[in-house]
Write a protein that binds this ligand. Structure first.
Ligand SMILES: Cc1ncc(COP(=O)(O)O)c(C=O)c1O
Length: 431
């Protein structure tokens, strides 16, 4: 006799894991005992296949700045679909989008559209290698730049959570070309860049770390990187897949006033549709085929549906920027202060970290400034905290090493309910 399953999510998970490795199409989506299967989303909430509603602070890992099913994007997508989903030919909208991206992020003098952040970082690194004629790259411990070979070395996000920051299947030859420094360690980064200047093509960095939970750059850290890379002819790549259009309209580079040589955008760029972009200095970008000898191509690059979504998303953000970003900053600060006050009043071994609409609680008594300090967090306690929030119908990313995201759709009363749920979850962790 078949055993009775508690829910449709459990039933779907059992089917899924026979067909899809681990039952999920991206590893971080799995959590014990089985992930919720989602049927729909609207605003700040999603609804599961079992009809339960959750307040969402994962927001598709930061892709949905305006929450689920944002009207303006939906309309643009429907209109675009009616005109055909793919042509494999250039469109007027692509030119408009490249122009808008370049005006909002001026360091991106030229732009190439691709479909995911992974592709965008992969191609920007190849381009930097071709431009400099050098082979090695430098990344930071715990930084995540997608799931391709050169950057899956000491990587954060799901890779870190699953304990496989160095993926199997990557050849030693590829891995040896990836140097790794500690985030926020100016001295170490500077030394590696100078020692390897003759063979170092690029430094790639999340200017605010998002894939170890949010970790802020110390004052001066990004400035030092900019200075040393410039002095040594190394291409500085800001991976703004998370921070782009999030911490300011022009991303972290606007917020911290630093002009990188190249930038990678994704997530919010598509308003929930798959699109990403990389771009930067004209002389670097002109090395891309068909102008130059660096090959990069894609059937779905610049597809009209994603481009329509992106165009309307960026136009909408530009229109609302003066209110939207200060409001997100204020709400983020309110949430972080509420949690910090609670942690301090109860003397919990926890840290709250974040900026603007990004936040996370680290279950450690060490200040979190880099990978090593983030890794002192107690992930078992985090799992209890996560499950307790889930029981209160509040969904946060299921890993200690991810970031929670506020969206413009979160209303004040929902934030209040969330803070109460977080306090109650934290209270339940006390021995
Ligand atoms: C900073 C950063 N770079 C790159 C990526 C990879 O993007 P994608 O998942 O679209 O391939 C991610 C994904 O989370 C990211 O956070």
């Amino acid at each position: 006799m078949a055993t009775k399953l508690a829910s449709k999510s459990e039933y779907l998970y059992k089917r899924a894991r026979e067909l899809i490795p681990g039952g999920v199409n991206s590893p971080v989506r799995y959590y014990s005992p089985y992930p919720l299967f989602v049927a729909s989303g609207k605003g700040s909430r999603f609804r599961t296949v079992d009809g339960e509603e959750f307040l969402d602070y994962c927001m598709a890992y930061g892709a949905l700045l305006d929450g689920h099913a944002y009207e303006e994007v939906l309309e643009a997508v429907q209109k675009a679909l009616a005109r055909g989903s793919l042509y494999g030919q250039p469109t007027e909208m692509e030119v408009e989008l490249a122009s808008l991206i370049s005006s909002l992020v001026p360091s991106m003098e030229m732009v190439r559209l691709v479909n995911s952040g992974t592709e965008a970082t992969m191609h920007s690194l190849r381009l930097a290698r071709a431009f400099t004629g050098r082979q090695k790259i430098l990344k930071f411990e715990g930084g995540y730049h997608g799931a391709h070979d050169s950057v899956l070395v000491r990587a954060g996000s799901g890779a870190s959570n699953l304990g496989i920051p160095n993926s199997e299947g990557i050849t030693k030859d590829v891995a040896k070309d990836t140097l790794v420094a500690k985030f926020n360690d100016e001295e170490m980064s500077g030394r590696i860049i100078e020692d390897h200047a003759h063979e170092l093509a690029a430094v790639i960095i999340e200017p605010v770390m998002g894939n170890m939970g949010p970790i802020l750059p110390r004052p001066g850290f990004l400035e030092t990187l900019r200075k040393i890379t410039e002095e040594n002819g190394v291409v500085l790549i800001f991976d703004e897949v998370i921070t782009g259009f999030r911490i300011a309209l022009g991303g972290a580079q606007e917020y911290f006033r630093i002009r990188p040589d190249m930038t990678v955008l994704g997530k919010i760029l598509g308003g929930g549709l798959p699109i990403a972009a990389f771009g930067g200095r004209r002389e670097i970008m002109e090395k891309l085929a068909p102008l130059g000898g660096v090959y990069q191509a894609g059937t779905y690059n610049g597809n009209p549906v994603s481009v329509a979504a992106s165009l309307v998303m960026l136009q909408s953000l530009k229109r609302r920027a003066l209110q939207l970003y200060p409001k997100l900053e204020k709400t983020g600060e309110h949430v972080r202060r509420g949690i910090r006050d609670y942690i301090e009043s109860r003397k919990l071994a926890a840290q709250i970290s974040g900026l603007s609409s990004m936040f996370q609680i680290f279950f450690t008594d060490h200040p979190v400034i880099d990978y090593d300090s983030a890794k002192t967090s107690d992930t078992i306690i985090f799992q209890k905290y996560f499950q307790s929030l889930l029981a209160a119908r509040v969904f946060v990313p299921p890993s200690q090493f991810e970031t929670c995201f506020l969206a413009t759709s979160h209303k004040d009363d929902e934030i209040q309910v969330t803070l109460e749920a977080i306090e109650s979850a934290l209270n339940g962790l006390r021995p």
